[in-house]
Design a protein around this ligand. Sequence first.
Ligand SMILES: [Zn+2]
Length: 93
Amino acid sequence: MTRETRTTIDVSDIVAIEFECSKCHSKTIRHLDNWHKTPIGCGNCDEQWMLPHSNDFKNLELFVSMICGITGKAMPFRLRLEIKADGTEKSKA
Ligand SMILES: [Zn+2]
């Protein structure tokens, strides 16, 4: 017998995005229904995370826009993201 355990989250379950500074590990959270400004740096140690108008910045804003666009509509399918279940971090900066 083979058993597979998968952990998924429904895109509609995403309510906020958390940013954790790689330098000082301070965290800031932006709720999708109250997103005013994409952070470009750490509010604690002033580390710059990305430049405004950079590809990283544009991709992040597009990512948020896509999540908001998907969760606000009734779709004929459910979209789930599979996440790692072993609790280990993929990479450390
Ligand atoms: Zn920081």
